[in-house]
Design a protein around this ligand. Structure first.
Ligand SMILES: [Zn+2]
Length: 192
């Protein structure tokens, strides 16, 4: 049985040659495209999340940014704010970037004690912590506005989390649908 990750990688432009040998026959890129096409119509948003997150598809990431941005504009945010929030939300759902302080290692060398210590900026996780305070700073940078922690909490945080939840649910629904279609396809391949 082929994995969801494999199907997405096979159909990504970056890896056109991949195909998966099966016990009978070969699951080709065309087969993978066929499965995704069936899911695509019903799960547009979820497919974008998967393509961006798993296959690293930049076009999908841009579309996701635009879609999330539109959802936020519909909720009454200005275009500048909506774009900034959409960028942060997409980034949170599709892959959190490395901590800039420790470069992803989670540790920092203390010159004074010549010893490694847990990185304080990311609490040793190696990834940027997505606290409301951090998000407020990042949204300020993205929009060129001064958004304090308090303002972020009061005016943006709930909608930000709603968008995150919407993207996560869409992702779950799309992966479920792909797995279901894959099982069907393989049952048919094994029989024929
Ligand atoms: Zn760090």
């Amino acid at each position: 049985m082929i994995s969801l990750e494999n199907v997405l990688m096979m159909t990504c432009i970056k890896s056109p040659q991949l195909s998966a040998p099966m016990s009978r026959g070969i699951f080709s890129k065309e087969d993978a495209l066929g499965v995704l096409a069936l899911v695509q119509s019903k799960h547009k948003l979820g497919m974008l999340v998967l393509q961006s997150k798993i296959a690293g598809d930049d076009a999908a990431t841009s579309k996701l940014n635009r879609t999330a941005s539109m959802l936020l504009i519909q909720r009454g945010f200005s275009e500048v704010i909506a774009r900034g929030m959409a960028f942060l939300a997409t980034r949170e759902v599709c892959g959190v970037p490395r901590c800039e302080v420790c470069h992803g290692t989670g540790e920092r060398l203390s010159r004074r004690y010549s010893k490694m210590f847990e990185c304080q900026a990311c609490h040793g996780t190696g990834k940027i912590l997505l606290t409301a305070a951090n998000l407020a700073v990042q949204l300020s940078t993205l929009t060129g506005q001064n958004i304090t922690n308090r303002v972020f909490h009061a005016a943006y945080y709930d909608d930000y989390m709603d968008i995150i939840n919407e993207l996560h649910s869409a992702e779950t629904a799309a992966s479920y649908a792909i797995r279901e279609k894959l099982e069907l396809t393989f049952e048919q391949m094994e029989v024929s």
